[in-house]
Design a protein around this ligand. Structure first.
Ligand code: AN7
Length: 401
């Protein structure tokens, strides 16, 4: 049993009401379970495969889910990078290993299942790319049409390829992501289309399973959870999920929630450092990490609570630091991620340099999307292949040069 509750004024809404923000005060909603009525049998969880649906007692979906077998992603020990940074317990949760190549699939398996459960026949989102790729894929699986709005010229090639191939109606808006989100929100309300941006509280329910999987994989709670932040949905989701485990008595501490933004797009970092009650939107966000090129994070209110309540922090990293970490993860650890994903680990490097990290901490960085999402940014950083005539001696001289 659950209902939707406003995080600000505590107004509540029944589970089957289609509502995205509090109609009384306009703030965010969250799924609120009657946790004292939910019996969790951990050994039953462990008999199910590591995946989003292992944790279905703590998910809102009652029907057969629309699933592409999301979650169950690897948690890698970053041995070589950790040695370089002086952090022996540094890990990366590789969310690029999901069906569409990003963590968004955890949200979409739940969100699109809820769309069907609520009787909706069309879905839509605005996106910096990954949300659109994921929604297109899950809408295809569900057999319903999807509409996606993208900021023109600012979405990585692989993500557009996915949205197009999976059959979404793809519209490029001459404006940034924040504007596209306003437009799709309005469209969904006026036309009865189901909105699947992270303002939708059901999406975050799926994404919270990142935290559950990490607790299972580490057999305990890490000291710090580090996430790249755009709309701030994912950091809020992981915190909510772990908080529920604590209320249930399944864990007894929470990790320090740590958010990393690109320096050209860092309103949350500013709010944390300046101890502001709310974020001041960045009007013209800019970064090579287009996935997190977001100036007005929709979930800021939840994210600030997550960071502050756990003694976490937020930091920003330059585009150069992001790209350097993308190369380091690729070459030192064999982990291929897109720029936004490298931001989490780049943020840890930055915090270590600033002396803000205890070297004994067990740290989990979420790397959110796959390398192949943004091939253009990869190619721009690497020397092109050396082309030769098909001749062994030329091959040998190419290899020795
Ligand atoms: C790789 O696809 O917002 O802080 O529209 O694609 O939960 O927004 C993507 C966000 C991090 C930030 N890493 O997560 C979208 C979109 C990657 C991302 C984020 C995104 P949130």
């Amino acid at each position: 049993m659950y209902r939707l509750a406003c995080v600000h004024c505590a107004a509540t809404y029944p589970a089957d009401q289609i509502v995205y923000t509090c109609s009384r005060c306009g703030h965010l909603l969250a799924v609120q379970y009657e946790l004292d009525t939910i019996a969790i049998d951990r050994s039953r969880w462990h008999r199910r495969p590591l995946s989003v649906w292992r944790y279905r007692e703590l998910l809102p979906v009652k029907r057969e889910p629309v699933t592409l077998q999301e979650g169950g992603t690897p948690l890698y020990h970053l041995k070589r990078l950790g040695e370089e940074l002086g952090l022996p317990h540094l890990y990366a949760k590789h969310e690029g290993m999901n069906p569409s190549g990003s963590f968004k699939d955890r949200g979409m398996t739940v969100g699109v299942s809820m769309a069907l459960e609520l009787g909706m026949s069309q879905v839509a989102c605005a996106s910096t790319g990954n949300t659109s790729a994921s929604l297109s894929q899950y809408a295809a699986k569900a057999g319903i049409p999807a509409i996606v709005l993208l900021p023109a010229g600012k979405v990585a090639l692989g993500k557009i390829a996915q949205a197009l191939m999976h059959g979404a109606k793809v519209i490029s808006i001459r404006g940034n992501f924040d504007r596209a989100l306003e437009m799709v929100h309005e469209l969904c309300i006026s036309h009865g289309i189901y909105l699947l941006n992270s303002v939708n509280p059901f999406r975050l329910e799926g994404q919270k399973t990142i935290g559950y999987e990490v607790v299972d994989q580490l057999e305990g709670v890490p000291d710090r959870f580090v996430l790249p932040v755009g709309n701030a949905g994912n950091i809020s989701a992981v915190h909510k999920g772990l908080n529920e485990l604590r209320t249930l008595g399944l864990i007894d501490t929470l990790p320090m929630m740590t958010g990393v933004q690109a320096s050209g797009s860092a309103p949350i970092v500013r709010a944390v450092h300046e101890e502001l009650p709310e974020v001041i939107p960045e009007k013209n966000p800019e970064t090579v990490a287009t996935a997190i090129r977001i100036g007005a994070p929709v979930n800021a209110e939840k994210a600030l609570v997550a960071i502050r309540a756990t003694g976490g922090t937020a930091t920003s990293v330059s585009d150069d630091e992001i790209l350097r970490m993308q190369r380091d993860l690729a070459r030192m650890e064999g982990i291929g991620v897109e720029p936004a994903s490298a931001a989490s680990v780049a943020g840890i490097r930055r915090l270590v340099e600033e002396g803000q990290i205890d070297r004994d901490e067990r740290i989990v960085c979420v790397v959110t999307g796959h390398l192949l999402k943004d091939p253009e940014t990869v190619i721009a950083q690497c020397a092109p292949p050396c082309e030769i005539d098909a001749d062994i001696s030329l091959l040998l001289s190419a290899l020795s040069s």
